[in-house]
Design a protein. Structure first.
Ligand SMILES: Nc1ncnc2c1ncn2[C@@H]1O[C@H](COP(=O)(O)OP(=O)(O)OP(=O)(O)O)[C@@H](O)[C@H]1O
Length: 261
């Protein structure tokens, strides 16, 4: 279902939105007072596109991702994922939506060393009390180029291969949106590039089933951000700029402008 965009959100030039943030504010209360992590953020993440989120430390990147993924609730404003507004959903419905429509990849791979790559990918289905769909698990491992290594355990894989298993685990439910938080942060340059090329290919390769893959990635690395279709720059809880398909040098220059002197 394609929902109508709220008036405050600028529609991107093409395609329906996979995730919409409308005037999202997130304020934390700490002992030293209120912290305004997000201040009225509105953005539509177009389905089938790759967006990088950058900004200085403390600018609100992780909060934006947590709120967009329903892991945290906004203090004000609304979030919609795959056509469903998150506010008002029960905890169970939110968990179901997250399980079916969202995939997560972090800097740490969070794999179980005792399980094979295949069983790591199948684990979320098992934990949810479902029988894993063998074809979907193998399909996800094929998508990340690891079909031949399905029986290896994480200690028998390189860091880059382990991250690809983690991506396969995130992809195996064919989520509408893949959220990645510093997915290359623990990898060397070469392995990091492979993971970024993989994320790029997921977006570029037409899906045989389900919606086009949408990727939203938080990163500190301008080179990583250069793989995205669009870079959003955050500062002090606000979106302060965007760049379309840009190179690492230009992205780095914009970041330098945003860093506090
Ligand atoms: N649970 C919390 N309680 C209080 N303040 C918080 C909480 N989570 C985040 N903050 C504050 O909100 C602001 C934004 O934090 P956030 O983690 O989103 O920034 P970030 O851009 O991801 O930073 P980094 O690049 O350092 O990871 C910061 O000032 C942070 O200290």
């Amino acid at each position: 279902m394609t929902a109508t965009l709220p008036a405050t959100v600028q529609a991107p030039p093409s395609g329906p939105p996979a995730v919409v943030l409308d005037d999202v504010t997130r304020t934390y209360r700490s002992r030293s007072g209120k912290v305004h992590a997000l201040r009225g953020v509105s953005h539509a993440f177009t389905a089938g596109t790759f967006t990088a989120i950058m900004g200085p430390s403390g600018s609100g990147k992780s909060t934006l991702m947590q709120v967009a993924a329903g892991l945290d609730r906004p203090s004000r404003g609304s979030v919609r994922v795959a056509g469903t507004t998150l506010s008002g959903l029960s905890r169970t419905s939110l968990t179901k939506l997250r399980r079916e429509s969202m995939g997560f990849v972090f800097q740490q791979y969070n794999l179980l060393d005792a399980l094979t790559a295949y069983d790591n990918v199948a684990l979320p289905a098992r934990l949810a009390g479902r029988r894993p769909d063998r074809a979907a698990v193998i399909g996800a491992l094929e998508q990340v180029g690891l079909h031949g290594l399905a029986r290896r355990r994480p200690p028998e894989l390189s860091g880059g291969q382990q991250q690809r298993v983690a991506i396969a685990r995130a992809l195996h439910t064919r989520p509408a949106v893949l959220f990645a938080d510093e997915p290359t942060g623990a990898l060397d340059r070469h392995a990091g590039r492979d993971v970024l090329e993989l994320l790029r290919n997921l977006v570029d390769t037409p899906a045989t089933h389900g919606p086009a893959q949408t990727v939203v990635m938080v990163t500190h690395d301008p080179l990583a951000a250069s793989y995205a279709d669009r870079v959003l720059f955050l500062a002090d809880g606000r979106i302060v700029g965007q760049m379309e398909r840009s190179d690492a040098a230009r992205i780095a220059a914009r970041m330098t402008d945003l860093e506090p002197a």
